[in-house]
Design a protein around this ligand. Structure first.
Ligand code: S3P
Length: 188
């Protein structure tokens, strides 16, 4: 009898899995888990920018402004595309898909998964952290609501798959992403 192994370590995807979505939607946590399951490296765009600049995200925003940070995100994506990066999990900063140019680069780089969560869930996951300059406002909940409303169509435009993480266990989200990516790459 033929034995077929289905462990996800043996899944061989031709490009990358890319996670986009609002702050606090679990991109870093899920990215880490998907990278472990697939045994692919994890590329975290915020971490790389911080490493390259030798400054934290709040310091970059404060000293150079948001537009400059967006420029760094574009440069990084161009470098990843030019290096023909493949078989990696790319976890992106929440505002990275805002630039059209970035959305086009994401499309070239691989399978784009939009991780969603509701306002209350995002609020709960982000309220004690101070490393997100855009949420340091007098009314972070209103800020989240407004930014989400502005960005929803942008995330939607770049996504190949949408997953709402509110009520999903990390393992379920992870397996959903891996199986969907496998199916997607078998078709396209
Ligand atoms: C941002 C999200 C942050 C970080 C920066 C800006 C945004 O990343 O890139 O603070 O505009 O949504 P996370 O989504 O990982 O928090």
């Amino acid at each position: 009898m033929q034995e077929i192994s289905t462990t996800s370590n043996e899944i061989d995807l031709p490009k990358n899995i890319i996670l986009v979505g609002f702050m606090g939607c679990g991109k870093s946590t899920i990215g880490r888990q998907v990278s472990l399951e697939l045994n692919y490296p994890l590329i975290d765009t915020d971490n790389l920018i911080v490493e390259n600049m030798g400054m934290s995200v709040p310091e970059i925003f404060e000293q150079h402004g948001e537009d400059f940070f967006r420029g760094l995100e574009t440069e990084l994506l161009i470098q990843l595309a030019e290096a023909d990066t493949e078989k990696s999990v790319i976890s992106t900063g929440g505002g990275l898909p805002l630039r059209k140019e970035n959305r086009e680069l994401l499309e070239k780089l691989g399978y784009v998964v939009w991780l969603q969560a509701g306002v209350d869930c995002i609020m709960g996951r982000t309220q004690s952290a101070t490393h997100r300059p855009l949420l340091q406002t007098p009314d972070p909940k209103l800020t989240i609501r407004n930014l989400l409303a502005d960005r929803e169509s942008i995330y939607s435009e770049s996504a190949d798959l949408v997953i709402n993480t509110d009520d999903l266990a990390i393992a379920d989200t992870t397996h959903g992403i891996i199986e969907s990516a496998r199916y997607y790459f078998s078709k396209y």
